[in-house]
Write a protein that binds this ligand. Structure first.
Ligand SMILES: *Cc1c(COP(=O)(O)O)cnc(C)c1O
Length: 233
């Protein structure tokens, strides 16, 4: 199967999951996670109509943004979905279209200052840690609302929603309670005026994106199911 074939299959599965959930498939944005994948694979996906890509390291996002400058002119975008260190914030702001992995109020405010300095507003998502895993990044559940409150006051960023990287389960259904909980937090935050109605829920990867869509995902981040196994990690 080519990348175009696999993309087509993923789009069909997204439509199927949306239908089951009684949602329009157009409400779900597919991010093709291209970390560790060569430029040629990104070009192939672009050729098959894919526009939004995800990278988890700033250095790699920056290199790919440069290599793909011509395709960016034609609509290609890169989301940062991995851990962002504070000393790389300026590089990230220069290279990506959205940052999904904001894991503290301080980091969000740093992004806001860097974006303001270059005269842009950076869309961000706040990554939530709902499992209390110290190995993972994300705002602890107990601090989620105060973080959203602080970031709602910052200019230079637009808080577009929440992102989740749940524990890895063999059975994708086991992730469902986490997806559901992120949606409940989103709904609460909307009620509290901290997020806009319909704010984004970025959740679901290759093995569990259909379950995530059934639970309300508006952004799914799919890597290996599109590009195959990563050459190196
Ligand atoms: C790598 C990665 C993905 C995609 O994972 P696959 O299992 O390859 O689909 C999604 N989200 C984040 C944050 C990632 O780092």
């Amino acid at each position: 199967m080519t990348i175009a074939d696999r993309l087509g299959a993923i789009r069909e599965r997204i439509e199927g999951a949306a239908k089951r959930a009684g949602r329009p498939a157009g409400d779900i944005e597919l991010i093709a996670v291209s970390k560790f994948q060569p430029i040629g694979s990104i070009e192939a996906a672009f050729g098959a109509g894919q526009r939004a890509f995800g990278e988890n390291r700033v250095q790699e996002a920056e290199e790919k943004a440069l290599a793909l400058a011509a395709l960016r002119q034609r609509g290609l975008t890169i989301d940062l979905i991995g851990n962002l260190q504070s000393n790389k914030v300026r590089k990230a702001v220069a290279s990506v279209s959205r940052i999904q992995s904001i894991d503290s109020a301080e980091l969000g405010e740093r992004v806001a200052r860097a974006a303001t300095d270059v005269g842009i507003v950076m869309p961000i998502l706040v990554q939530a840690d709902l499992a209390g895993e110290d190995t993972k990044h994300g705002v602890p559940e107990s601090e989620l609302f105060e973080t959203l409150e602080r970031l709602a006051r910052a200019s230079g960023i637009r808080v577009a929603g929440l992102m989740l990287l749940p524990p890895l389960f063999e059975n994708p259904d086991d992730a469902r309670p986490y997806f559901r909980r992120l949606r409940l937090h989103r709904d609460e935050a909307v009620k509290g005026g901290l997020l806009k109605p319909g704010a984004d829920l970025s959740m679901g990867m290759s093995h569990d994106f259909e379950v995530a869509i059934e639970e309300g995902a508006t952004i799914v981040r799919v890597g290996t199911a599109i590009f195959g196994e990563r050459p190196r990690t």
